[in-house]
Design a binder for this molecule. Structure first.
Ligand code: UDP
Ligand code: MG
Length: 328
């Protein structure tokens, strides 16, 4: 019998995690001939999420939890879940019921019967998200699509069911700066898309604010595109042309019309413009350097502080070589 691992990153989800468990349990147990496990990854929650998970895992032998030593972010939680999962298939779901459990059955059908490696939910509409976030997200996905030439379209999120081969491919990408949407697209595989309507989270609040969304967008671009590194070259060439034109103009004014342009003023303006551009370019270079610096440190992606007594750890489940030192 096949086994499905349901991976659920949880950060301060006390209001909704029990409801999520009940709804998802109904959906998964209605699929015939399928064993399952819930893997809750408590990403350093500061509310009572961990207490609820402890109780759930005592009551149901299909439930496991891993609790991080601090908030490492959803990317790290998803990686931990995939690394700890024992299933033949893995599905990643948000704890807030924004990913409808009713899609589990058609997703399982696609990966187990229809020959797909992955079946992913594609969110249509952004009704649950607010207007500003909707506009910013859509613009970001247009930019990243053009810069990376990879399929990371708006609506293609982390809600997807994958077979073991795809999971192993994702686990083989051990980068510290993880942008999982990009990683899904990078590893490829045959994917079926199922559309679902965006709904508001069942309870609690989104963990994203404008600052974290910008930083996530920026991380996505830096992780999968080197186009920003080419900007200094393009802008440098453009500015050189502009400076030649300005210089030519000044010389012509002087020689033909005996008219002196306000040189000092122009020089000051151009100098300020150039130095601001230089700063911008140095900033972009610095960001790439910072990412490389963190990768080279080879830090663990996550650190587990506590797990349920039945949980097995990655080291005795799947031998992933070379292994990253995730501290457990
Ligand atoms: N999440 C997490 N760590 C974080 C932020 C979020 O594990 O640092 C989890 C969160 O508990 C939820 C999922 O990631 O299960 C999606 O988060 P959220 O609903 O806040 O994001 P949104 O749906 O607003 O994009
Ligand atoms: Mg949500």
């Amino acid at each position: 019998m096949n086994k499905l691992s349901i991976i659920v990153p949880c950060y301060n989800e006390e209001e909704v995690v029990s409801m999520f468990y009940r709804e998802t349990l109904k959906a998964v147990t209605s699929i015939p001939d399928l064993d399952y496990e819930f893997l809750f990854i408590d990403d350093g929650s500061k509310d009572h999420t961990l207490d609820i998970l402890r109780v759930l895992c005592c009551q149901d032998k299909h439930c496991h939890y891993f609790s991080f030593s601090r908030n490492f972010g959803k990317e790290a939680a998803m990686y931990a879940g995939l690394e700890q999962a024992q299933g033949d298939y893995c599905v990643i779901m948000d704890a807030d019921l924004q990913h409808p459990p009713t899609l589990l059955a058609p997703m399982y059908q696609a990966v187990s019967q229809e020959g797909y490696d992955c079946c992913a939910g594609k969110r249509v509409g952004r009704e649950g998200d607010g207007m500003v976030r909707g506009i910013l997200s859509r613009s970001f996905y247009k930019v990243i699509q053009n810069m990376t030439h990879m399929d990371m379209g708006d609506g293609a999120g982390d809600f997807r069911m994958m077979n073991r081969t795809m999971v192993e491919a994702i686990l083989s990408m051990k980068e510290y700066n993880r942008y999982t949407k990009g990683i899904f697209s990078f590893v490829g595989f045959e994917t079926k898309w199922l559309e679902f309507h965006n709904i508001e989270r069942a309870a609690g609040n989104s963990k994203w604010n404008l600052k974290s969304l910008f930083s996530y967008a920026f991380d996505g671009i830096l992780s999968f595109s080197t186009v920003p590194l080419k900007l200094p070259g393009v802008l440098g060439a453009l500015l050189m042309m502009v400076s030649f034109v300005l210089l030519g103009n000044a010389l012509v004014q002087q020689a033909v019309f005996h008219h002196s342009v306000g040189t000092v003023y122009y020089v000051a303006c151009i100098a300020a413009f150039f130095s601001s551009l230089q700063m911008l370019m140095v900033f972009i270079l610095g960001q790439y350097l910072a990412k490389d610096y963190l990768e080279n440190k080879d830090r663990p992606i996550y650190i587990v502080r506590e797990r349920d007594s039945k949980a097995v750890t990655a080291s005795n489940v799947y031998d992933i070589t070379p292994k990253r030192r995730n501290v457990i």
